[in-house]
Design a protein around this ligand. Structure first.
Ligand code: CAA
Length: 258
């Protein structure tokens, strides 16, 4: 039997998904993206899970869309198949936080996949690029849109037009990644953060993710309005009463995720 394209592991309330095409540096094809989408939606619906970590291996998070699989496709085919958008953006339907733990190459669609996660923790050997220009194409999974929002127009233009690689330190300075971590402790530090988030009340975690995404996608006025409604609505939860009571009683909150 062939090995799964996405490996799965659960620790506490955290699901860890590992892209698993190491011989092709985790190049992303439809089968892998279907498997990833299926696993993401399954864990999103699983009440025992609060956080998802998406990772690759030490050499590559993902080196982009599978060039071998797409090189002979025609315009008619990519349009009819809705190539890239058909199954790549399932990740955007996930309401729970997704942390991308990136070591090695995150190129093209790999960089775009990392940017569709909620935050990126980068190993100090991570390398990010949108090298599509060198293939005679442009990014097709959001790179020209999410990269400028993350790093600003000038640096995004530099990266998209030259196709050059950016190391983890530059990516952190530019605001693309949340943390740079020594490669050997990438997973342990990522898991510490994931476990910490998973220990919070899940309704407030989901609301916080959605509110921050409003800042990313919409206007300030609408975002602040959404945040206020979300803030008020959390007063309907058990965990708000428990969290505040625990603070007053100087004890640790016992969140029930409801
Ligand atoms: N698609 C298909 N196969 C890929 C691949 C990709 N994106 N990236 C790497 N591979 C394969 C190689 O073909 C090679 O396979 P073989 O052993 O069968 O020859 C194997 O992975 C190892 O790769 P290399 O021998 O090239 O390894 P390296 O260490 O010399 O170089 C690299 C590593 C710099 C990442 C180089 O592989 C590379 O430049 N890869 C392509 C990166 C790229 O252009 N990505 C963008 C793709 S387009 C896209 O993603 C569109 C979009 O917006 C969604």
């Amino acid at each position: 039997m062939s090995e799964s394209l996405v490996l799965e592991r659960v620790e506490g309330r955290v699901a860890i998904l590992t892209l698993n095409r190491p011989k092709a540096l985790n190049a992303l094809n439809d089968a892998l993206m279907d498997a990833l989408g299926e696993a993401l939606l399954r864990y999103d619906a699983d009440e025992s899970i609060s956080v998802i970590v998406l990772t690759g291996n030490e050499k590559a998070f993902a080196a982009g869309a599978d060039i071998a699989a797409m090189k002979d496709k025609t315009f008619e085919e990519v349009t009819r198949e809705q190539f890239i958008t058909r199954n790549w953006e399932t990740i955007l339907r996930v309401r729970k936080p997704i942390i991308a733990a990136v070591a090695g190459y995150a190129l093209g669609g790999g960089c775009e996949l990392a940017m569709m996660c909620d935050m990126i923790y980068a190993a100090d050997n991570a390398k990010f690029a949108q090298p599509e220009i060198k293939l005679g194409i442009i990014p097709g999974a959001g790179g020209t849109q999410r990269l400028p929002r993350a790093v600003g127009k000038s640096k995004a233009m530099d990266l998209v037009l030259t196709g050059r690689m950016m190391d983890a330190q530059e990516a952190e300075r530019a605001g693309l990644v949340a943390r740079v971590i020594p490669a050997e402790s990438l997973m342990s530090e990522t898991m510490d953060a994931a476990m910490l988030i998973a220990s919070m009340s899940l309704p407030s975690v989901i609301m916080a993710k959605e509110a921050v995404n409003r800042a990313w996608e919409g206007s300030l006025t609408e975002g602040v309005r959404f945040e206020r409604q979300g803030f008020h609505s959390l007063f309907a939860t058990h965990d708000q009463k428990e969290g505040m009571a625990a603070f007053m009683e100087k004890r640790k909150a016992d969140f029930q995720h409801k």
